[in-house]
Design a protein around this ligand. Sequence first.
Ligand SMILES: CC(=O)N[C@H]1[C@@H](OP(=O)(O)OP(=O)(O)OC[C@H]2O[C@@H](n3ccc(=O)[nH]c3=O)[C@H](O)[C@@H]2O)O[C@H](CO)[C@@H](O)[C@@H]1O[C@H](C)C(=O)N[C@@H](C)C(=O)N[C@H](CCC(=O)O)C(=O)O
Ligand SMILES: Nc1ncnc2c1ncn2[C@@H]1O[C@H](COP(=O)(O)OP(=O)(O)OP(=O)(O)O)[C@@H](O)[C@H]1O
Ligand SMILES: N[C@H](CCC[C@H](N)C(=O)O)C(=O)O
Length: 496
Amino acid sequence: MSKNLTQLLALLPGAQVSGEAAQKIEGITADSRKVAPGTLFVCLPGARVDGHNFIAQAHKLGAVAAVVEKDVPVPAGMTLIKVADSREAMQAVVPFFYDYPGRKMRMIGVTGTNGKTTTTHLIRSIFMEAGYKVGLIGTIHILIGDRMLPVQNTTPDVVDLQSTLAKMADEGIDYVIMEVSSHALELGRTAGCEFDVGVFTNLTQDHLDFHITFDKYRDAKAKLFRQLGNELSVKEGKHAVINTDDASAQALIDNCSCPVLTYGTGETDTIKAQDITIKADGARFTVHGPFGLMPLQLKITGMFNVYNTLAAIGTALAEGISASLVKKALEEFRTVAGRFELVDEGQPFAVIVDYAHTPDGLENILKTAQQFAENRIIVVFGCGGDRDKTKRPIMGRLAAQYGDVIIATSDNPRTEDPVAILADIEAGIRQGLKDGKGYEVIIDRKQAIAKALQLAEPQDIVIIAGKGHETYQILKDKTIDFDDREVARSVIREMR
Ligand SMILES: CC(=O)N[C@H]1[C@@H](OP(=O)(O)OP(=O)(O)OC[C@H]2O[C@@H](n3ccc(=O)[nH]c3=O)[C@H](O)[C@@H]2O)O[C@H](CO)[C@@H](O)[C@@H]1O[C@H](C)C(=O)N[C@@H](C)C(=O)N[C@H](CCC(=O)O)C(=O)O
Ligand SMILES: Nc1ncnc2c1ncn2[C@@H]1O[C@H](COP(=O)(O)OP(=O)(O)OP(=O)(O)O)[C@@H](O)[C@H]1O
Ligand SMILES: N[C@H](CCC[C@H](N)C(=O)O)C(=O)O
């Protein structure tokens, strides 16, 4: 893949260029560590460091030109392109550089606070059942067919995203199912994507450290729906699929200029779930839709998974997949790693590892467990550092409200002091405690999990929340191996 710099400059009206413009560009990156000969290096001011500080390093590795938004010195021989906003410049040139791969495949974007990963996997299973070649981009991994690639972000930045899409297009992928985070929408990571279907799961509190207010958080999500069917689109047949049981539904619908399929439990929804039974081994319900009635017996459980399933059905309907294929795929769907994942070493109590890391996620998982708990619910949880601090006391209160035994511990403290994070959580636990219930704060996550498992009695449910599929823990500048499922398994074995 290569382009001439003059072609890229044509997309940057107003850019001031000094140095050679007519030269071949073999790649674009905003990370000096990824520069190869012939690269265009884009300098982005970041949250931690400023990309403008790495021009010399980029040049040494072979960068031939740099996009900057500040007055900085450049090494002799390097072409300098000064723009008003280097992130916007990158968003303009990168999709063009990769020949707009998002236009060559059907693109499904799923956004919402919770449920994106589960919903994208449900959609993937339906489209694979229908015989399509499917790519998936999300929190756990990127999948090209069955080939797995690692990820850093839920929604990759524009270079990684467009290069991944180009790879998918080259390999004949028909459908890309993608999690679209609010960070991505706000930072323009999805520039040039051209979504065909936009799916909304729900909106509850998270990421207020980044978006500051809930209204701004909602507005970031709305961008996905504004992008559908806008005047720049080159594709046809766009749809929005929206959960009307969520309070933000109307605000998002107001941003759609394409047809909207609604889902939920309301009479007027296009796709609605009725006669819902939530059992430990799965949810059962009947879906009413334009296809008639579809009784479903799922292997995944919880009301939240009923919603995720409806979102997947809405997407399939928008893309014309038959109800019988949808039913087959959904009833065979087992689980997503770290989402309500059972750890079974033959112990006489249940152990569930779940990725609930928001107030709504935690409440849902605890409510679901309550629906079939025969004995106590023991909850081990924490909150991430360098993330929304205001969710910590709320999660503490919810754990105290729904749990019988509460153990607060560290999640990924990142650069924060774990003791300070736990103090924020503890304030909420104290508010939520009733009936003389106690709680424990154990900083070390392994010790906290061990304590929960030692306290467990027959028929108890131990819920280990927050890290789900994660196989690491981020402590200051160290990332250590840590997997809640492995830790729980080894503790149970040692207890024997
Ligand atoms: C706040 C945020 O979104 N940060 C993202 C951002 O990093 P940053 O601004 O800290 O970058 P930086 O380290 O300061 O570097 C600035 C620039 O200098 C460059 N650099 C840096 C070092 C060097 O040696 N050379 C060099 O060129 C960097 O490549 C970058 O262009 O750009 C990076 C590269 O694209 C992202 O990986 C990083 O995500 C971090 C890891 C992150 O944790 N983001 C979270 C908040 C996030 O985006 N989460 C959402 C999911 C939310 C949800 O699921 O609801 C997501 O989509 O993942
Ligand atoms: N529709 C839903 N509504 C509320 N909570 C949900 C829903 N689906 C899943 N959850 C809860 O949220 C957790 C995370 O689910 P999932 O990974 O599907 O969401 P996500 O939006 O991809 O999260 P993230 O982008 O932060 O990784 C689950 O483990 C579960 O506890
Ligand atoms: N996408 C979320 C994941 C949080 C997972 C939790 N384990 C944490 O580290 O806070 C975020 O980046 O905020």
